[in-house]
Write a protein that binds this ligand. Structure first.
Ligand code: FE
Ligand code: CA
Length: 516
């Protein structure tokens, strides 16, 4: 396409304006005494023509990054082979201090359904090589998709050795369901320390993300596969709901903290440019499709949700309530996703071509009544605090005839396999979807006694384990999905064996998992 004189003038004017703001350090002029790629590399959000590539330049990641204020040019390359003999795409990107010298490259123009390798270069420094892939075309009949999903990785409570094993699996995609960082210190038998108080500012959230990425096993899992991500509460603050903090900070002040946390999250994840936050707002919910085989619906149940009901006096956040003492719980006005996201989800359900439809979201969806027999109790931060919103979501699944709906969950530090029903208390209410809650990577979970009581009271929860840490894998083919709970022997040592705790399968057209 010929460039008109007017376009040419506009472009040169734009370049001149950019130049006048801050000079870009010349490539080659930038020398690093320590590698600027200490936080690793990552890719995410595969589509048929590309994916997003990520890195953040930080030669001294635990001391504020160690970069000069000026923007730096970063070169990137995508190759069809791991030796970089056939370059499929290359380009330049600007890493600016305003975004912690992070780089998010949305690559396009690649071939569908194949592996690619990528690397970055800044000055004389070259990054490690990452492996990623493109998704098949929307009409392609993919025969197999292998996925792992993870959540809840409290750094002080254990080493991320689960990720070392994940990196060695044969996978197409990793899904992270939140609590990627923890803002707070808690738990028993800690193996390492955050070394700082709760983050409040942008610099403090950046430092917390950098600390988590100092774990080489986490970096290895990012380098090995593309990821898609959502957050839960601890990326900002325990139990926050929309603009309300657990500590009932003035909403304006809390939104400043949320803006800092969201920006640091964006700066450290392989998120596409469309997710770049605007103040305290950041779009995270989206769909990712793998041909006709699988569609992922990535939800955000924190940013837009109603405040938890029946909070303790003078506090926000969750509590455990007796059913009959908190009638507000069943108010249909309560929302987990917010009206707009609920609407978007219903429309997205109507458009999906996936044989398997995976709802990637934060917390346990199955009803989990506590205190067997005596008068039931519910935890108000989970879906049990928003039961009408849960009904609306599952009714929407049924109404839109979503094929093979699978709900993927984290947050509760307990792996679980459950039947999802619109009315959990009616024996005749049909199973409409299958839930697979993965184990936490490290975060400590409920005791054996608590989990056993939960199972007794909630027969739709077929399997539950609160004591083993790890991740879950899904092996998806047109006829069935096999879910494996992969758990490590211990998180208190850097090295640990991996094993399969249990295996369940879901057959095409039949909601509900069975032991495989
Ligand atoms: Fe958690
Ligand atoms: Ca959580």
């Amino acid at each position: 396409m010929p460039v008109t004189r007017r376009q040419f003038l506009l472009r040169t004017a734009a370049l001149a304006a950019l130049g006048s703001v801050a000079p870009v350090a010349r490539v080659g002029a930038q020398q690093f005494s320590d590698t600027p790629f200490a936080l690793g590399i990552a890719s995410g959000y595969p589509h048929e023509g590309g994916m997003t590539l990520w890195t953040r330049l930080a030669p001294r990641p635990l001391e504020g990054g160690g970069m000069p204020v000026a923007p730096v040019e970063v070169q990137w390359e995508v190759a069809a082979d791991d030796g970089f003999r056939t370059i499929a795409a290359r380009g330049k990107s600007i890493a600016s201090g305003e975004w912690a010298h992070s780089v998010h490259v949305d690559v396009a123009g690649l071939q569908p359904a194949r592996p690619y390798w990528y690397r970055f270069r800044a000055g004389s420094a070259v990054s490690p090589v990452g492996r990623t892939n493109t998704a098949p075309a929307p009409d392609a009949r993919m025969q197999r998709l292998r996925v792992a999903f993870a959540s809840c990785q409290q750094y002080e409570q254990g080493y991320f050795s689960a990720y070392r094993h994940m990196a060695r699996e044969d996978l197409d995609l990793v899904v992270h369901l939140g609590d990627y960082i923890y803002e707070s210190s808690w738990g028993r038998n800690l193996v390492r320390a955050h070394g700082s108080d709760q983050p409040l500012t942008l610099d403090e959230y950046r430092a917390r993300h950098a600390l988590y990425k100092s774990d080489e096993d986490l970096r290895a899992a990012h380098a090995a596969f593309p990821w898609i991500v959502t957050w839960d509460d601890h990326e900002v603050q325990n139990d926050y709901a929309n603009e309300r903090s657990q500590s009932l900070d003035p909403p304006d002040a809390f939104l400043l903290r949320r803006a800092a946390a969201y920006q640091a999250y964006y700066e450290h994840m392989p998120l596409p440019a469309w997710a770049r936050p605007n103040g305290a707002h950041m779009r995270l919910h989206t769909t990712v499709a793998y041909g006709q085989l699988a569609t992922f619906f990535v939800l955000d149940d924190r940013q837009y949700r109603s405040h938890q009901v029946c909070a303790r006096p003078g506090r926000g956040g969750s509590t455990v309530v007796r059913e009959e003492l908190c009638p507000e719980r069943v108010d249909p006005a309560l929302t987990m996703l917010g009206r707009q996201q609920e609407q978007w989800l219903a429309e997205s359900f109507g458009r999906t071509h996936g044989a398997w439809n995976l709802i990637a979201q934060q917390t346990l969806m199955a009803q989990a009544a506590r205190r067997p027999g005596v008068g039931r109790e519910y935890w108000t931060d989970g879906w049990d605090g928003y039961p009408r919103a849960r009904e609306r979501l599952l009714e929407s699944v049924v109404r839109q005839r979503v094929r093979n709906p699978l709900v993927l969950s984290g947050d509760v530090h307990m792996s679980a396999i459950a039947d999802l029903k619109i009315d959990f208390d009616a024996a005749k209410s049909p199973v409409v979807a299958t839930e697979i809650a993965g184990p936490s990577i490290t975060s400590q979970g409920p005791t054996i006694a608590r989990v056993e009581a939960l199972r007794q009271e909630n027969p739709h929860i077929k399997f539950a384990n609160g004591t083993s840490r790890g991740y879950a894998t899904l092996d998806i083919t047109p006829s069935r999905c096999v879910a494996r709970l992969r758990t490590v022997g211990t998180v208190t040592q850097r090295e640990s064996e991996i094993r399969t705790l249990t295996t369940y399968a879901v057959e095409d057209g039949r909601p509900g998992a069975h032991r495989a």
